[in-house]
Design a protein around this ligand. Sequence first.
Ligand code: NIG
Ligand code: FE
Length: 431
Amino acid sequence: MPRMHDFLLYGAGQLLTCSNPGKGPKRGKSLSDPGIVTDGAIAVSGGVISAVGARADVERIIGSSRVERVIDAGGRVVMPGWVDAHTHAVFSRYRADEYDARIRGVGYLEIERRGGGIKRTVREVREMSEQRLFEVSRRRLAKILEGGTTTIEIKSGYGLDLENELKMLRVIARLGRELPLDVVPSFMGAHQKPPGSEGGAYVRTVIDEMIPAVAREGLAEFVDVFCESGVFTLEETEEILSAARAHGLGLKIHADEITPQGGAELAARLGARSAEHLTKISPAGLAALASSDTIAVLLPGTTFGLGSRQFAPAREMIDRGAAVALATDFNPGSAPSCSMPFAIAVACSQMRMTAAEAVNAATVNAAFAVGRGERAGSLEKGKQADFVGYDVEDYREIPSRAGTNHAVVVVKSGAVAWERPSFEAASEVGL
Ligand code: NIG
Ligand code: FE
């Protein structure tokens, strides 16, 4: 019987594969290679890529097998769906007034002291029903999908008690079940110490009650801790992550964001999957990360959103061989942009990453940062058919022309998850 293909996409002016077969995240020189194929094609069968590469090769491989749907990419750029490796996308409402306050010179920690920041979102999330929290988050994720993101990590951390942390994690799980996006859940009960709690007692609650419950219910793949002055100390972070490891969960750290705490060194020493933020990483932290398997997840949109000029030292990290990924940090306060093209635009202009490095960091490396490197993040035979068509001729237009959503089609596991209505008529490609 001839094989059936869900579809064949051909005519990609630049097909970016971002592939690094069997070699884990990209580092150094390989990060500069987005694996461009001109006149590229992708064949998809059972939601998985059955052939990818030059059109003639793909057509030869699929031979006479029946194809359900054929898409002509018309010379556009086609690339892997973005993997947003760090978000806080389940929340109540945006805190746009804090954006204004920061512009007027009020610091991030000062906003916290005034009852704003994370604590404010915690109050609101606690008051929200699970159903309503799901509904507001579902709408956000639908928009995120339109931007070309097909895998997203979402952290809890606006509940800060067992009941509300579990509520957030159930919402995160349901988003993954009901939307055409892969959702990776991280438990972040250690995002803050809850108002009115005695710090040490809360750490015990996280370790003795929350992590066991989350693990028992299978609601998280990773545990993340905000290791920061006035939040969780290095010792507390290590204690919490050791408990996480004992329960079979992966480790992540919000490390060295506002002040250098040794979070990067700790992440490397514990063999954490990732260390995230790293704006204030120390020279010792950088050296430790560069020679480890821990992935540096950088969040330039946060630095931009906070109005700071001190970005994470991406260039130095890459040049010293660290595995660098990029993500949005999408949250209601410090980083309210959920756009991956925006994040990579800031990475290029402010951290001096090349467009090629940024694209790899936001796809294949980001997939490894959330434990999905074997099936998402690059266009390779056998991987999930997750990709985006952009109405641009050169992939470097994605960061350089950020601010407009140029995505025209988003494919998730071989099915069209979103398509811009009548995009052909408005297209700028191939004129
Ligand atoms: O990653 N740094 C800690 N947490 C978030 C901020 C979340 C919020 O402001 O609501 C972050 O930037
Ligand atoms: Fe964060």
